[in-house]
Design a protein around this ligand. Structure first.
Ligand code: PMP
Length: 319
C-alpha cells in the first residue's frame, strides 16, 4: 500500500498514541499512560493543527486568499505552524514575539520566511498587555488577516474536530483521564469538550506552572514552561477567550525543574524527546497514575512539541 500526500495540510494530525510501558514499570504506576506525540505534526507541534484550522476556516469564509498577509502574537509554535502552512499555500506572515522566546524558535520562524517584530518581555507586565498588543497589531496591519489564536473559535473547533476524535478512536473509547496544559486553551477546551460529549464522567486535568510566568519588576525574564500558563489565581480577563474555564476537574501545578526532569526521563526511558510543556503534562499524568483510586485507568497525556526546541535549557539540566 502506498499513499501520496498532496500538501502540507494533509500531513497534519493522526499523531501516534504511545503507551509508556517502561516509564510505568520503572515507577510501579497504578494507571496506564498513553502519550499523544504531537511532534509528529509536519512543523513539529500541536499548533500545526490550529494553524491549518484557522487558515482553512478563513479561506472557506472568503476572508483571505493566497498572497495575503497573516499576523499574530505568538510564543513560537503557532507562528511556526502558521508560517509553514502559509508557505505551502502562498501567504505571507508577520509575528509579534516577546524577546524572551527561545532563539531556536525565532530562527525557525525566519527560516519559513516570516517577518518578526519583537516586543520587550517587560511589556507583558502590564495587565492590559494582551489588549494593547492586539490593538497595536490591528493598527499596524490594517489590511492583514489577524489569525488571533487566543480568541479565534477555529482554534478549539479544530481540536474538537481532530484531536478529540483521534483520541476517542485510538483508545476505542477507553480513555478515563485527559491531561494537557493551557496556552490558548484550544486543546483542553476543544478536545476536552469532544471527549466529554462521548463520556460524561471523563476526568480532565490541567498541568499549570506553579508560579505565574508573567514577568515582574524584579524578574523580567522568569524561568518559564514555554507555551503554557497559569490558570488558577489569574483574573478572568487575563485568561484567553479560547479557554473554557469550566472544563477541568482538577488543576495540578508544578515547577519548571520537575517539568524538565520528566521530559528528560521520557527521553531516557522511552526514547521520546518532547518539550518542557510535555514534561509538565507527563509529570502531572504521573502523579495521577500513582494514585490508588486510578488503578487500571487509562490516562492520555498530550505531548505538544519536540524537545529539540528547548535543547539548551534541557541539556543544561541533564548534561
Ligand atoms: N505546549 C506548547 C509547547 C505550546 O506551544 C502550546 C500552545 N501555546 C501549548 C502547550 C498549549 O496548547 P493550547 O494553546 O492549545 O492551550
Amino acid at each position: 500500500m502506498t499513499r501520496i500526500y498532496n500538501g502540507f495540510a494533509d500531513l497534519i494530525g493522526n499523531t501516534p498514541l504511545l503507551e509508556l510501558h517502561n516509564y510505568r514499570r520503572n515507577r510501579n504506576l497504578e494507571a496506564r499512560i498513553l502519550a499523544k506525540i504531537e511532534y509528529f505534526n509536519p512543523a513539529g507541534s500541536v499548533k500545526d493543527r490550529i494553524a491549518w484550522g484557522v487558515i482553512k476556516e478563513a479561506e472557506e469564509a472568503g476572508k483571505i486568499r493566497p498572497g495575503d498577509l497573516l499576523v499574530d502574537v505568538t510564543s513560537g509554535n503557532t507562528g511556526i505552524g502558521l508560517a509553514a502552512v502559509a508557505a505551502s499555500r502562498g501567504y505571507r506572515t508577520k509575528f509579534y514575539l516577546s524577546d524572551n522566546i527561545s532563539q531556536d524558535k525565532v530562527k525557525l520562524l525566519r527560516l519559513f520566511g516570516a517577518e518578526i517584530v519583537t516586543v520587550k518581555n517587560e511589556f507583558f507586565l502590564d495587565p492590559e498587555a494582551l489588549d494593547k498588543i492586539t490593538a497595536r497589531v490591528r493598527e499596524e496591519n490594517p489590511t492583514a488577516f489577524f489569525t488571533d489564536q487566543l480568541a479565534n473559535p477555529a482554534n478549539p473547533h479544530t481540536h474538537f474536530e481532530t484531536t478529540g476524535p483521534e483520541i476517542w478512536r485510538d483508545t476505542e473509547g477507553a480513555i478515563d483521564i485527559f491531561v494537557t496544559g493551557v496556552g490558548t486553551g484550544g486543546t483542553v477546551s476543544g478536545a476536552g469538550r469532544f471527549l466529554r460529549s462521548r463520556k460524561a464522567d471523563l476526568k480532565i486535568v490541567i498541568a499549570e506552572p506553579a508560579v505565574e510566568s508573567l514577568p515582574t519588576e524584579e524578574n523580567p525574564y522568569p524561568d518559564e514552561i514555554d507555551g503554557v500558563h497559569k490558570v488558577t489565581e489569574v483574573p478572568a480577563e487575563q485568561l484567553p477567550r479560547n479557554f473554557d474555564t469550566t472544563i477541568a476537574d482538577e488543576v495540578i501545578s508544578l515547577n519548571t525543574a520537575d517539568a524538565r526532569a520528566a521530559a528528560i526521563a521520557l527521553a531516557r526511558e522511552e526514547g521520546i524527546f518532547a518539550g518542557t510543556s510535555s514534561g509538565a503534562i507527563l509529570w502531572v499524568a504521573t502523579q495521577l497514575a500513582a494514585r490508588a483510586e486510578n488503578a487500571g485507568k487509562l490516562i492520555v497525556a498530550i505531548l505538544p512539541d519536540t524537545g529539540e526546541r528547548y535543547l539548551s535549557a534541557l541539556t543544561e539540566q541533564a548534561p
